[in-house]
Design a protein around this ligand. Structure first.
Ligand SMILES: *Cc1c(COP(=O)(O)O)cnc(C)c1O
Length: 450
Protein backbone atom coordinates (compact mmCIF):
# COMPACT_ATOMS: atom_id res chain seq x y z
CA UNK A 1 0.00 0.00 0.00
CA UNK A 2 1.26 3.47 -0.85
CA UNK A 3 2.36 5.41 2.20
CA UNK A 4 -0.05 8.25 2.85
CA UNK A 5 1.32 11.77 3.02
CA UNK A 6 1.05 13.66 6.25
CA UNK A 7 -1.65 16.28 6.11
CA UNK A 8 -1.46 19.15 8.52
CA UNK A 9 -4.73 19.79 10.36
CA UNK A 10 -6.67 22.88 9.35
CA UNK A 11 -9.44 24.82 11.02
CA UNK A 12 -12.26 25.84 8.74
CA UNK A 13 -14.73 28.59 9.50
CA UNK A 14 -18.27 27.58 8.68
CA UNK A 15 -20.12 30.11 6.58
CA UNK A 16 -23.83 30.57 6.97
CA UNK A 17 -25.06 30.22 3.42
CA UNK A 18 -22.91 30.42 0.32
CA UNK A 19 -20.48 33.33 0.18
CA UNK A 20 -20.80 33.44 -3.59
CA UNK A 21 -23.71 32.97 -5.94
CA UNK A 22 -22.23 29.69 -7.13
CA UNK A 23 -21.00 28.54 -3.73
CA UNK A 24 -17.38 28.80 -2.70
CA UNK A 25 -15.26 28.51 -5.77
CA UNK A 26 -12.44 26.12 -5.43
CA UNK A 27 -9.92 24.25 -7.51
CA UNK A 28 -11.05 20.78 -8.47
CA UNK A 29 -8.00 19.55 -10.33
CA UNK A 30 -4.29 20.18 -9.98
CA UNK A 31 -2.45 21.79 -12.87
CA UNK A 32 0.41 19.33 -13.24
CA UNK A 33 1.25 19.86 -16.92
CA UNK A 34 1.34 22.72 -19.40
CA UNK A 35 1.15 21.61 -23.03
CA UNK A 36 1.79 18.10 -21.72
CA UNK A 37 5.12 19.09 -20.12
CA UNK A 38 5.37 18.47 -16.38
CA UNK A 39 5.41 21.68 -14.35
CA UNK A 40 7.54 20.06 -11.65
CA UNK A 41 10.10 18.86 -14.20
CA UNK A 42 10.37 22.36 -15.62
CA UNK A 43 10.78 23.82 -12.13
CA UNK A 44 13.58 21.44 -11.28
CA UNK A 45 15.34 22.03 -14.57
CA UNK A 46 14.94 25.81 -14.89
CA UNK A 47 14.45 26.88 -11.27
CA UNK A 48 11.58 28.27 -9.25
CA UNK A 49 9.84 30.63 -9.80
CA UNK A 50 9.55 30.22 -13.56
CA UNK A 51 7.63 32.02 -16.29
CA UNK A 52 6.20 29.58 -18.84
CA UNK A 53 4.85 30.67 -22.22
CA UNK A 54 2.91 28.38 -24.53
CA UNK A 55 3.53 29.06 -28.21
CA UNK A 56 0.58 26.81 -29.04
CA UNK A 57 -1.72 28.94 -26.93
CA UNK A 58 -0.52 32.20 -28.55
CA UNK A 59 -1.14 30.83 -32.02
CA UNK A 60 -4.54 29.44 -31.07
CA UNK A 61 -5.72 32.74 -29.58
CA UNK A 62 -4.34 34.68 -32.54
CA UNK A 63 -6.19 32.41 -34.97
CA UNK A 64 -9.46 33.00 -33.07
CA UNK A 65 -9.04 36.77 -33.17
CA UNK A 66 -8.07 36.77 -36.84
CA UNK A 67 -11.03 34.61 -37.80
CA UNK A 68 -13.46 36.81 -35.86
CA UNK A 69 -12.39 39.90 -37.84
CA UNK A 70 -11.55 38.42 -41.24
CA UNK A 71 -14.92 36.75 -41.59
CA UNK A 72 -16.58 40.13 -41.06
CA UNK A 73 -14.34 42.62 -42.86
CA UNK A 74 -12.36 42.47 -46.12
CA UNK A 75 -8.95 43.82 -45.02
CA UNK A 76 -7.65 43.16 -41.51
CA UNK A 77 -4.16 43.62 -40.09
CA UNK A 78 -2.94 42.99 -36.54
CA UNK A 79 0.03 44.89 -35.12
CA UNK A 80 1.63 43.40 -32.02
CA UNK A 81 1.67 45.79 -29.08
CA UNK A 82 5.28 45.53 -27.90
CA UNK A 83 4.75 46.98 -24.45
CA UNK A 84 2.31 44.15 -23.60
CA UNK A 85 5.12 41.58 -23.89
CA UNK A 86 8.30 42.44 -25.75
CA UNK A 87 10.32 39.30 -25.21
CA UNK A 88 11.69 38.79 -28.72
CA UNK A 89 10.51 35.17 -28.97
CA UNK A 90 6.97 36.27 -28.14
CA UNK A 91 7.03 39.16 -30.64
CA UNK A 92 8.32 36.83 -33.31
CA UNK A 93 5.50 34.32 -32.84
CA UNK A 94 3.14 37.19 -33.69
CA UNK A 95 5.33 38.37 -36.59
CA UNK A 96 5.48 34.82 -37.98
CA UNK A 97 1.68 34.81 -37.83
CA UNK A 98 1.68 37.98 -39.93
CA UNK A 99 1.43 40.70 -37.29
CA UNK A 100 3.09 44.06 -37.77
CA UNK A 101 4.72 45.81 -34.79
CA UNK A 102 3.11 48.54 -32.68
CA UNK A 103 5.68 50.43 -30.61
CA UNK A 104 5.52 53.36 -28.20
CA UNK A 105 9.18 54.29 -27.70
CA UNK A 106 12.54 54.27 -29.45
CA UNK A 107 13.57 51.31 -27.32
CA UNK A 108 10.62 49.32 -28.66
CA UNK A 109 11.12 50.68 -32.18
CA UNK A 110 14.71 49.46 -32.26
CA UNK A 111 13.60 46.11 -30.85
CA UNK A 112 11.14 45.66 -33.71
CA UNK A 113 13.81 46.58 -36.29
CA UNK A 114 16.25 44.14 -34.65
CA UNK A 115 13.57 41.44 -34.79
CA UNK A 116 13.52 41.91 -38.55
CA UNK A 117 10.22 43.75 -38.97
CA UNK A 118 10.14 45.89 -42.14
CA UNK A 119 10.12 49.61 -41.40
CA UNK A 120 6.81 50.10 -43.23
CA UNK A 121 5.20 47.53 -40.93
CA UNK A 122 6.07 49.37 -37.74
CA UNK A 123 3.45 51.65 -36.19
CA UNK A 124 5.08 54.29 -34.03
CA UNK A 125 2.71 55.51 -31.29
CA UNK A 126 3.23 57.41 -28.08
CA UNK A 127 3.67 60.97 -26.82
CA UNK A 128 7.50 60.98 -26.94
CA UNK A 129 9.32 60.77 -30.24
CA UNK A 130 12.50 62.82 -30.50
CA UNK A 131 13.55 64.48 -33.77
CA UNK A 132 16.10 61.73 -34.13
CA UNK A 133 13.37 59.10 -33.68
CA UNK A 134 11.13 60.83 -36.22
CA UNK A 135 13.93 61.12 -38.79
CA UNK A 136 14.65 57.42 -38.49
CA UNK A 137 10.96 56.52 -38.75
CA UNK A 138 10.55 58.70 -41.87
CA UNK A 139 13.69 57.16 -43.38
CA UNK A 140 12.28 53.67 -42.80
CA UNK A 141 8.82 54.51 -44.10
CA UNK A 142 7.24 53.67 -40.74
CA UNK A 143 3.72 54.71 -39.82
CA UNK A 144 3.99 57.66 -37.45
CA UNK A 145 0.94 58.24 -35.28
CA UNK A 146 0.98 61.89 -34.27
CA UNK A 147 0.05 62.58 -30.65
CA UNK A 148 0.00 66.40 -30.41
CA UNK A 149 0.40 69.60 -32.44
CA UNK A 150 4.03 70.06 -31.37
CA UNK A 151 4.83 66.73 -32.96
CA UNK A 152 2.83 67.64 -36.05
CA UNK A 153 4.80 70.90 -36.55
CA UNK A 154 8.13 69.11 -35.94
CA UNK A 155 7.21 66.57 -38.60
CA UNK A 156 6.24 69.26 -41.12
CA UNK A 157 9.61 70.87 -40.45
CA UNK A 158 11.73 67.76 -40.84
CA UNK A 159 9.70 66.54 -43.83
CA UNK A 160 11.63 69.06 -46.01
CA UNK A 161 14.88 67.15 -45.39
CA UNK A 162 13.53 63.89 -46.69
CA UNK A 163 12.86 62.70 -50.20
CA UNK A 164 9.91 60.62 -49.08
CA UNK A 165 6.80 62.20 -47.59
CA UNK A 166 6.43 61.01 -43.99
CA UNK A 167 3.55 58.55 -43.64
CA UNK A 168 1.38 59.70 -40.78
CA UNK A 169 -1.86 59.09 -38.96
CA UNK A 170 -3.31 61.03 -36.07
CA UNK A 171 -4.33 59.53 -32.79
CA UNK A 172 -7.86 60.54 -31.91
CA UNK A 173 -9.40 60.45 -28.44
CA UNK A 174 -13.13 60.56 -27.97
CA UNK A 175 -16.12 59.96 -25.77
CA UNK A 176 -17.21 56.34 -26.25
CA UNK A 177 -19.12 56.08 -23.00
CA UNK A 178 -16.08 54.68 -21.16
CA UNK A 179 -15.06 56.79 -18.17
CA UNK A 180 -12.66 58.13 -17.13
CA UNK A 181 -12.04 59.13 -20.73
CA UNK A 182 -8.50 58.68 -22.03
CA UNK A 183 -8.14 62.20 -23.40
CA UNK A 184 -4.45 62.75 -22.76
CA UNK A 185 -3.34 60.98 -25.92
CA UNK A 186 -3.89 62.39 -29.38
CA UNK A 187 -6.45 64.93 -30.56
CA UNK A 188 -9.97 65.15 -29.26
CA UNK A 189 -12.86 64.33 -31.58
CA UNK A 190 -15.71 66.19 -29.89
CA UNK A 191 -14.00 69.57 -29.53
CA UNK A 192 -12.88 69.60 -33.17
CA UNK A 193 -9.14 69.23 -32.55
CA UNK A 194 -8.93 65.99 -34.50
CA UNK A 195 -10.56 67.62 -37.53
CA UNK A 196 -8.22 70.59 -37.17
CA UNK A 197 -5.18 68.27 -37.13
CA UNK A 198 -6.46 66.55 -40.28
CA UNK A 199 -6.86 69.94 -42.00
CA UNK A 200 -3.40 71.14 -40.96
CA UNK A 201 -1.82 67.96 -42.33
CA UNK A 202 -3.72 68.19 -45.62
CA UNK A 203 -3.05 71.94 -46.07
CA UNK A 204 0.67 71.55 -45.30
CA UNK A 205 1.08 69.22 -48.27
CA UNK A 206 4.22 67.87 -46.60
CA UNK A 207 2.84 64.76 -44.96
CA UNK A 208 1.10 61.72 -46.37
CA UNK A 209 -1.98 61.15 -44.22
CA UNK A 210 -2.48 57.39 -44.45
CA UNK A 211 -4.65 56.57 -41.46
CA UNK A 212 -6.62 57.42 -38.37
CA UNK A 213 -5.96 55.85 -35.00
CA UNK A 214 -7.62 55.54 -31.63
CA UNK A 215 -6.94 53.49 -28.51
CA UNK A 216 -9.88 54.08 -26.21
CA UNK A 217 -8.57 52.41 -23.05
CA UNK A 218 -7.72 48.99 -21.71
CA UNK A 219 -9.72 46.03 -20.44
CA UNK A 220 -12.86 47.46 -22.02
CA UNK A 221 -15.74 45.19 -21.00
CA UNK A 222 -18.35 46.76 -23.29
CA UNK A 223 -17.89 45.92 -26.95
CA UNK A 224 -20.37 48.67 -27.93
CA UNK A 225 -17.80 51.35 -27.00
CA UNK A 226 -15.83 50.19 -30.04
CA UNK A 227 -18.85 50.69 -32.28
CA UNK A 228 -18.87 54.35 -31.25
CA UNK A 229 -15.10 54.66 -31.74
CA UNK A 230 -15.22 53.10 -35.21
CA UNK A 231 -18.10 55.28 -36.36
CA UNK A 232 -16.40 58.48 -35.17
CA UNK A 233 -13.20 57.58 -37.06
CA UNK A 234 -15.29 56.66 -40.11
CA UNK A 235 -16.98 60.08 -39.94
CA UNK A 236 -13.60 61.81 -39.97
CA UNK A 237 -12.53 59.70 -42.95
CA UNK A 238 -15.74 60.52 -44.84
CA UNK A 239 -15.33 64.26 -44.22
CA UNK A 240 -11.72 64.02 -45.34
CA UNK A 241 -12.77 62.45 -48.61
CA UNK A 242 -15.54 64.98 -49.11
CA UNK A 243 -13.25 67.96 -48.58
CA UNK A 244 -9.97 66.73 -50.14
CA UNK A 245 -11.00 63.72 -52.19
CA UNK A 246 -8.41 61.81 -50.20
CA UNK A 247 -8.77 58.13 -49.27
CA UNK A 248 -7.14 56.64 -46.20
CA UNK A 249 -5.22 53.37 -46.27
CA UNK A 250 -6.35 52.33 -42.84
CA UNK A 251 -8.41 52.86 -39.72
CA UNK A 252 -6.61 51.67 -36.60
CA UNK A 253 -8.89 50.90 -33.70
CA UNK A 254 -6.07 50.24 -31.19
CA UNK A 255 -6.13 47.67 -28.41
CA UNK A 256 -8.00 47.37 -25.14
CA UNK A 257 -9.97 44.14 -25.48
CA UNK A 258 -10.42 42.46 -22.09
CA UNK A 259 -8.63 39.20 -21.41
CA UNK A 260 -10.36 36.43 -19.46
CA UNK A 261 -8.84 37.45 -16.15
CA UNK A 262 -11.07 38.46 -13.25
CA UNK A 263 -10.73 42.08 -12.21
CA UNK A 264 -10.32 42.73 -8.49
CA UNK A 265 -13.61 43.21 -6.76
CA UNK A 266 -15.76 41.80 -9.53
CA UNK A 267 -18.51 39.46 -8.52
CA UNK A 268 -18.34 37.17 -11.53
CA UNK A 269 -15.37 35.45 -13.13
CA UNK A 270 -13.67 36.98 -16.17
CA UNK A 271 -14.03 33.74 -18.15
CA UNK A 272 -17.81 34.19 -17.88
CA UNK A 273 -18.07 37.94 -18.43
CA UNK A 274 -15.31 39.22 -20.76
CA UNK A 275 -16.61 39.78 -24.31
CA UNK A 276 -15.32 37.35 -26.96
CA UNK A 277 -13.35 38.45 -30.05
CA UNK A 278 -16.57 37.90 -32.00
CA UNK A 279 -18.38 40.52 -29.90
CA UNK A 280 -15.69 43.16 -30.48
CA UNK A 281 -15.41 42.26 -34.17
CA UNK A 282 -19.16 42.50 -34.63
CA UNK A 283 -19.30 45.96 -33.02
CA UNK A 284 -16.36 47.40 -34.96
CA UNK A 285 -17.06 45.97 -38.40
CA UNK A 286 -20.80 46.72 -38.29
CA UNK A 287 -19.96 50.37 -37.64
CA UNK A 288 -17.49 50.56 -40.52
CA UNK A 289 -19.65 48.67 -42.99
CA UNK A 290 -22.75 50.74 -42.21
CA UNK A 291 -20.85 54.05 -42.40
CA UNK A 292 -20.64 56.34 -45.42
CA UNK A 293 -17.14 55.03 -46.27
CA UNK A 294 -16.73 54.39 -49.98
CA UNK A 295 -17.38 50.66 -50.52
CA UNK A 296 -14.85 50.62 -53.40
CA UNK A 297 -12.11 52.00 -51.15
CA UNK A 298 -12.69 50.52 -47.73
CA UNK A 299 -9.71 51.24 -45.48
CA UNK A 300 -7.76 48.38 -43.97
CA UNK A 301 -8.78 47.72 -40.37
CA UNK A 302 -5.77 47.61 -38.05
CA UNK A 303 -5.97 46.12 -34.55
CA UNK A 304 -3.32 46.61 -31.90
CA UNK A 305 -4.73 44.01 -29.53
CA UNK A 306 -2.32 43.31 -26.67
CA UNK A 307 -3.51 41.65 -23.50
CA UNK A 308 -6.38 39.64 -25.01
CA UNK A 309 -3.90 37.90 -27.33
CA UNK A 310 -1.22 36.95 -24.82
CA UNK A 311 -2.66 36.71 -21.30
CA UNK A 312 -3.80 33.08 -21.62
CA UNK A 313 -0.45 31.91 -23.01
CA UNK A 314 1.60 32.87 -19.93
CA UNK A 315 1.85 31.09 -16.57
CA UNK A 316 3.99 31.70 -13.51
CA UNK A 317 4.95 28.59 -11.55
CA UNK A 318 6.39 28.86 -8.06
CA UNK A 319 6.89 27.24 -4.70
CA UNK A 320 5.34 27.55 -1.24
CA UNK A 321 7.90 28.85 1.27
CA UNK A 322 5.85 28.70 4.46
CA UNK A 323 2.46 28.85 6.14
CA UNK A 324 1.74 31.07 9.10
CA UNK A 325 -1.01 32.63 11.18
CA UNK A 326 -1.74 36.33 11.18
CA UNK A 327 -2.55 38.19 14.42
CA UNK A 328 -6.29 37.93 13.87
CA UNK A 329 -6.13 34.19 13.29
CA UNK A 330 -6.32 34.31 9.51
CA UNK A 331 -4.18 31.87 7.65
CA UNK A 332 -1.38 33.07 5.39
CA UNK A 333 0.75 31.33 2.80
CA UNK A 334 4.06 32.68 1.52
CA UNK A 335 5.17 31.83 -1.99
CA UNK A 336 8.49 32.57 -3.71
CA UNK A 337 7.16 35.06 -6.27
CA UNK A 338 5.95 38.52 -5.40
CA UNK A 339 4.42 41.59 -6.97
CA UNK A 340 7.89 42.38 -8.37
CA UNK A 341 7.24 39.56 -10.85
CA UNK A 342 3.45 39.59 -10.87
CA UNK A 343 2.60 43.23 -11.40
CA UNK A 344 -0.95 42.34 -12.49
CA UNK A 345 -1.68 41.11 -8.93
CA UNK A 346 -2.61 44.77 -8.33
CA UNK A 347 -5.47 44.46 -10.86
CA UNK A 348 -6.57 40.85 -11.04
CA UNK A 349 -7.72 38.03 -8.85
CA UNK A 350 -5.51 35.56 -10.61
CA UNK A 351 -6.41 31.93 -11.00
CA UNK A 352 -3.93 30.02 -8.85
CA UNK A 353 -3.82 26.22 -8.91
CA UNK A 354 -1.74 23.66 -7.02
CA UNK A 355 0.65 21.74 -9.28
CA UNK A 356 0.26 18.44 -7.40
CA UNK A 357 -2.54 16.17 -6.24
CA UNK A 358 -4.34 17.45 -3.17
CA UNK A 359 -6.88 16.24 -0.65
CA UNK A 360 -10.41 17.57 -0.44
CA UNK A 361 -9.51 19.89 2.46
CA UNK A 362 -9.56 23.51 1.42
CA UNK A 363 -9.06 26.67 3.41
CA UNK A 364 -9.12 30.40 2.94
CA UNK A 365 -5.66 31.87 2.94
CA UNK A 366 -3.93 35.14 2.24
CA UNK A 367 -1.21 34.69 -0.34
CA UNK A 368 1.97 36.71 0.15
CA UNK A 369 5.13 37.01 -1.91
CA UNK A 370 8.69 36.76 -0.54
CA UNK A 371 9.55 40.47 -0.53
CA UNK A 372 10.19 42.23 2.76
CA UNK A 373 7.52 44.78 1.87
CA UNK A 374 4.01 44.94 3.22
CA UNK A 375 2.48 45.51 -0.21
CA UNK A 376 3.74 42.18 -1.46
CA UNK A 377 0.41 40.38 -1.52
CA UNK A 378 -0.61 38.16 -4.42
CA UNK A 379 -4.17 37.45 -3.25
CA UNK A 380 -5.83 38.98 -0.22
CA UNK A 381 -8.04 35.98 0.22
CA UNK A 382 -8.17 32.80 -1.79
CA UNK A 383 -9.87 29.48 -1.13
CA UNK A 384 -7.31 26.81 -1.92
CA UNK A 385 -6.56 23.20 -1.05
CA UNK A 386 -4.19 23.07 1.95
CA UNK A 387 -0.66 23.74 0.73
CA UNK A 388 2.56 22.94 2.53
CA UNK A 389 6.16 24.06 2.29
CA UNK A 390 7.69 22.87 -0.99
CA UNK A 391 4.38 22.47 -2.81
CA UNK A 392 4.13 24.12 -6.19
CA UNK A 393 1.45 26.40 -7.58
CA UNK A 394 0.72 27.80 -11.03
CA UNK A 395 -0.69 31.27 -11.63
CA UNK A 396 -2.58 31.31 -14.94
CA UNK A 397 -3.21 34.07 -17.50
CA UNK A 398 -0.21 36.23 -16.74
CA UNK A 399 1.19 36.66 -20.28
CA UNK A 400 0.30 40.35 -20.59
CA UNK A 401 2.28 43.19 -18.98
CA UNK A 402 4.08 41.12 -16.31
CA UNK A 403 7.20 40.42 -18.39
CA UNK A 404 7.49 44.12 -19.23
CA UNK A 405 6.37 45.80 -16.02
CA UNK A 406 8.23 43.45 -13.69
CA UNK A 407 10.67 45.12 -11.35
CA UNK A 408 14.20 44.30 -10.47
CA UNK A 409 13.49 44.90 -6.80
CA UNK A 410 15.02 42.99 -3.86
CA UNK A 411 15.44 39.83 -5.94
CA UNK A 412 16.48 38.97 -9.48
CA UNK A 413 14.20 37.98 -12.31
CA UNK A 414 13.92 34.26 -13.06
CA UNK A 415 14.09 32.25 -16.28
CA UNK A 416 11.37 32.56 -18.87
CA UNK A 417 10.75 29.46 -20.99
CA UNK A 418 8.63 28.93 -24.07
CA UNK A 419 7.12 25.56 -24.93
CA UNK A 420 7.03 25.38 -28.71
CA UNK A 421 4.33 23.63 -30.74
CA UNK A 422 6.42 20.43 -30.85
CA UNK A 423 6.74 20.50 -27.07
CA UNK A 424 10.37 21.51 -26.94
CA UNK A 425 11.17 23.82 -24.06
CA UNK A 426 13.39 26.84 -24.80
CA UNK A 427 14.82 29.38 -22.39
CA UNK A 428 13.80 32.67 -24.02
CA UNK A 429 15.10 34.94 -21.27
CA UNK A 430 17.78 33.84 -18.85
CA UNK A 431 17.53 34.37 -15.14
CA UNK A 432 19.40 37.48 -14.08
CA UNK A 433 22.62 37.34 -12.11
CA UNK A 434 24.08 39.97 -9.76
CA UNK A 435 26.51 40.87 -12.52
CA UNK A 436 23.68 41.83 -14.90
CA UNK A 437 22.51 44.42 -12.41
CA UNK A 438 25.70 45.67 -10.73
CA UNK A 439 27.67 45.57 -14.00
CA UNK A 440 26.10 48.93 -14.80
CA UNK A 441 27.27 50.49 -11.55
CA UNK A 442 30.58 51.99 -10.55
CA UNK A 443 31.92 52.98 -7.14
CA UNK A 444 34.12 56.09 -6.88
CA UNK A 445 37.69 55.23 -5.90
CA UNK A 446 37.47 56.83 -2.43
CA UNK A 447 34.46 54.67 -1.50
CA UNK A 448 35.99 51.32 -2.32
CA UNK A 449 36.34 48.86 0.56
CA UNK A 450 38.73 46.50 -1.20
C1 LIG B 1 -1.00 49.53 -24.77
C2 LIG B 1 -1.47 49.82 -26.11
C3 LIG B 1 -2.09 48.82 -26.89
C4 LIG B 1 -2.43 47.45 -26.34
O1 LIG B 1 -3.44 47.55 -25.38
P1 LIG B 1 -4.16 46.28 -24.73
O2 LIG B 1 -5.10 46.88 -23.73
O3 LIG B 1 -3.10 45.45 -24.09
O4 LIG B 1 -4.88 45.55 -25.83
C5 LIG B 1 -2.46 49.15 -28.18
N1 LIG B 1 -2.24 50.38 -28.70
C6 LIG B 1 -1.66 51.37 -27.98
C7 LIG B 1 -1.43 52.69 -28.58
C8 LIG B 1 -1.27 51.12 -26.66
O5 LIG B 1 -0.69 52.10 -25.95
Amino acid sequence: MKKLNFERPIIKKLNVGPSHKFGLKTEFEPLTHIDEISVKDMLSEYGSPLFIISEKSIRKTYAEAKRAFETRYPKVQFAWSYKTNYLNAVCNVFHKEGSWAEVVSRFEYDKAVDNGVDGNKIIFNGPEKTEDDLNLAVENGSLIHIDHFDELYTLIEIAQKHKKKPKVAIRVNMDTGIYPMWDRFGFNYENGEAWEAVNRIMMSNKLDLVGLHTHIGTFIMTASAYAIAASKLADLAVNLRRKYNHNLNYIDIGGGFASRNTLKGSYLLGIDTSPAFDDYAEAITTSLINSQLDPENMPMLILETGRALIDDAGSLAGTVIANKKLSDGRHATIVNFGVNLLFTAFWYEHKITPAQEFSQHSETTSLFGPLCMNIDQIRESIYLPALKKGDNVVVSRIGAYNMTQWMQFITLRPNVVMIDTKQNVHVIRQNETNKDITGLESVPEHLKLK
